[in-house]
Design a protein around this ligand. Sequence first.
Ligand code: ATP
Ligand code: MG
Ligand code: FE
Length: 349
Amino acid sequence: MLVLGIESSCDETGVALVETQGSAVPRLLSHALHSQIAMHQAYGGVVPELASRDHIRRVLPLTQSVLGESGRDLDEVDVVAYTRGPGLAGALLVGAGVACALGVALGKPVLGVHHLEGHLLSPFLSADPPEFPFVALLVSGGHTQLMAVEAVGRYEILGETIDDAAGEAFDKSAKLLGLPYPGGPWLAKLAEQGDSQAFKLPRPLLHSGDLDFSFAGLKTAVLTQARRLGDDLESRKSDLAASTQAAIVEVLLKKSLAALDRTGLGRLVVAGGVGANRSLREQLNAACARRNVRVHYPELALCTDNGAMIAMAAAMRMQAGLEAASARYAFDVKPRWPLDALPLAGAAA
Ligand code: ATP
Ligand code: MG
Ligand code: FE
């Protein structure tokens, strides 16, 4: 079965083609991505109206290039999957509208996918896919959650952020340091030249005894340090970046290890944009190797938003019998949509 996946929840237009064969892990045939980062950079963040308009411009040409690259025709597609939420309403509507229009034109059913389930299952696109069950650390621009994952659709949230997400902490701190949007990768790059012990920054909720996170206070602490440095900020920027990254990474590391301890599971899956962070990967790899825990990540290019993870999540949900694609085409989008509200069985409208 051929699944075309369309992602348009925020500032990346992604399209991909995934093929399923029986119960084997679905295979990625091709994917294409257009990032709007350069367009939004002038504004220091995503401008929703511009995002929607750009998705409209990109989505069909990207679809054509994905088909061309895989050597498949549009009418070979069996199911059209799209991101139903969470995300920006106008941006989501572009992907949903195009997916349903393609579905109607082809006479093929469509399936709305949860964006976070896409991130969560994105490591299955890698050459060495994980096996269930595992602990998942989902660290993206808008979410930070630890989950016990038993199977596709069986997600128990063990802990989550009570305020900012890890990606937000990276981005907001980077902004305070005068780095471009989105700041995470820039801050990480700057941190490589800095001293991570130079500044004492808080590790919020590190010893809270639960698996929740809080990153809002960190941003305030970075602001305080930046103000204190005044004119010296420029020369100490890399030290402050390294100290900020170290604070975020330490909390993510310790809480992930605590989640492994609590569940007794021997496998960790990291997903979402912050999962691309090198320091986080190095520290998780080292700590997990000591404990004989296997760690899985998405390929670097598939950590942030992409169409492959949406096609993959749709394919895996259908394989698991959790959901059937629908030919009703009366679509809606869900800008706010907690992952644990996802139905375990039965098709969503
Ligand atoms: P969500 O999926 O929660 O709706 P999103 O789609 O914006 O949010 P992702 O695309 O998963 O999030 O990830 C984007 C985030 O990842 C941004 O906050 C970005 O700064 C961060 N990020 C990307 N690469 C790195 C890196 N190397 N180090 C730290 N953060 C990074
Ligand atoms: Mg993005
Ligand atoms: Fe995302």
